[in-house]
Structure formats: structure tokens, C-alpha cells
Design a protein. Structure first.
Length: 275
């Protein structure tokens, strides 16, 4: 039994603000260990329940945050940027299930460090007319490869979101959102217990499903008009509002590749404190 873990950081144990997740700060060094601890807790449950091979895909920012030297030695870790399938790299390798660890709410919604790909320039993303977090987008890609979402962890807003896009997944709330930069957090000893138990329970749902392949539409709304103008030069992307663009794609994989280009172009068009 082979499992993929897509590991993001904003929804990890104790994380509540920028310095916790931006590489280079003392707080980031501290929370790298808690992040790695969350991953190890999930790994313990997966292996306990019979997983034979687990690939951990680093999915946060620089994608060089987890501490390999502290990782459960039974696992493998994919680290570094510029992966074709980004947060879902490895979903096409014959895995039997995927875990969304340390996830967060989407842009435009309440939640600790809520965003969708870009930290603050995107105010909303829609997948087939439904508001979409990174979790919903990634679940769409998992479905295209017939891979069930087994477990989602993060704050309470993340779990609320996942109940809609992955209703059968195990959910682990490691903190309760008070504001974008504040949360009521459980200590690592408690979240580890919850994560391990949920991961062990989730393995029972592992197994390839029928692939759901078909066309999709993604729309993106920015906080400034020039970002929509900049991204509308991408072939297939159309400006459909002052701050909004949209595009159609034949598959979810192609849709997410285009979405990555849109976010990269938008990030490059930001000009200092004026955005």
C-alpha cells in the first residue's frame, strides 16, 4: 500500500503568523520541528495500519522546510521547487491515497494564514463556479488520478472546508482560528496523538478509485486590476472583470498547470508596497 502526503505548513501545529512559516527567521526554525513532528505523527499511523511505502511531498513555499534528519526513516521525502504537479507531485505514481497535512482555508475566507497559492494578492479562486481552497483544487487533481483523500489536518476552518470537498476523509483540527494571525493551539503531544490515530483509521479507505477526467474552469480574482491585466496575456486566459480572469482546460492537471502560470505572472507583477 502506497500513500502520498502533501505537506503544507500554515496548518501545522502551533503556526499562527508570518514569521512561523517564512524561511530564515528564528520562529521558522522552531516551527520546522513542529511541522516535521506532525508529519512523523501521520507516518506512525499510516505504517501502523499497514502502509508499505509513503512519499512525503514538501508543499510549502520554498518546499525546503521539513527536517530530513528528523524524519521517520521508513519514509521518503520529495523536497525542492519546480515540480510539474506542484503540491500534488507523486499523485500520478500509483499511490493508493493522499493525506493533506497542514492545510489551510482559501483566499477570501476566515482561517489562520488563509490564502490560495499567493499569500495576499489573490482574493478568491473558483473551480467550476465553486469557491476553491488549495485543498479543493488538489482534491480535484487527486480525483483525476483515482486517488482518494484520506485525511486533512489544519485549523477548524480547514476542516469545515474539507467536509465539503472530501466528505469521507478523516479530519484533524490542530488549532481553532481566532483571527488570521491568532489561534487556540493544542500542544504537539496532543496533536501527535490525534494525527496518528486519524492516519491509522484513514488507511482503511485507501485504494484506487475510478478516475474522474474531464474539463474544468478556474477563475481567479486579484486585489488590483493590473494583476488581472498582466495574467490575461497568457494564452487561454481571459480577463472577465476589472480584477478577475478565467480560463478553461481539458483536464484538472492542465488546469492546475495554467493556474501555476497565472500565479507566477501575478507574483512577478507586484510592485513593492503598492502591490
Amino acid at each position: 500500500m502506497r500513500i502520498l502526503i502533501s505537506a503544507d505548513m500554515e496548518g501545522a501545529t502551533g503556526v499562527t503568523w508570518t514569521d512561523d512559516v517564512v524561511p530564515g527567521s528564528p520562529q521558522w526554525d522552531r516551527f520546522r520541528r513542529l511541522f516535521t513532528g506532525d508529519v512523523n505523527a501521520v507516518l506512525a499511523g499510516l505504517y501502523e495500519a499497514g502502509a508499505s511505502d509513503v512519499l512525503v511531498n514538501e508543499a510549502h513555499s520554498s518546499q525546503r522546510n521539513l527536517l530530513l534528519e528528523d524524519l521517520d526513516p521508513r519514509a521518503r521525502m520529495l523536497t525542492g521547487r519546480h515540480k510539474p504537479l506542484s503540491m500534488m507531485q507523486g499523485v500520478d505514481s500509483g499511490v493508493d491515497g493522499v493525506v493533506f497535512l497542514g492545510y489551510h482555508a482559501g483566499a477570501g475566507f476566515d482561517g489562520v494564514l488563509s490564502h490560495t497559492y499567493l499569500e495576499n494578492q489573490i482574493t478568491g479562486v473558483w473551480l467550476d463556479d465553486v469557491p476553491a481552497s488549495e485543498g479543493r483544487l488538489n482534491a480535484g487533481m487527486a480525483a483525476e488520478y483515482g486517488v482518494p483523500v484520506l485525511l486533512v489536518s489544519g485549523d477548524d476552518k480547514t476542516c469545515d472546508d474539507a467536509r465539503d470537498y472530501a466528505p469521507e476523509a478523516e479530519l484533524v483540527q490542530v488549532k481553532e482560528c481566532v483571527s488570521r494571525y491568532a489561534a487556540i493551539c493544542l500542544p504537539p503531544a496532543r496533536t501527535a496523538e490525534l494525527l496518528t490515530g486519524a492516519a491509522a483509521d484513514a488507511v482503511g479507505r485507501a485504494g484506487r478509485e475510478e478516475r474522474q477526467v474531464g474539463p474544468h474552469r478556474i477563475e481567479v480574482e486579484f486585489d488590483a486590476s493590473h494583476l488581472a491585466q498582466a495574467t490575461a496575456v497568457i494564452p487561454t486566459v481571459e480577463q472577465i472583470g476589472t480584477r478577475r480572469v478565467g480560463f478553461d482546460a481539458p483536464t484538472m492537471t492542465e488546469a492546475m498547470k495554467c493556474f501555476k502560470v497565472v500565479t507566477a505572472i501575478a507574483a512577478g507583477a507586484v510592485q513593492g508596497i503598492y502591490g
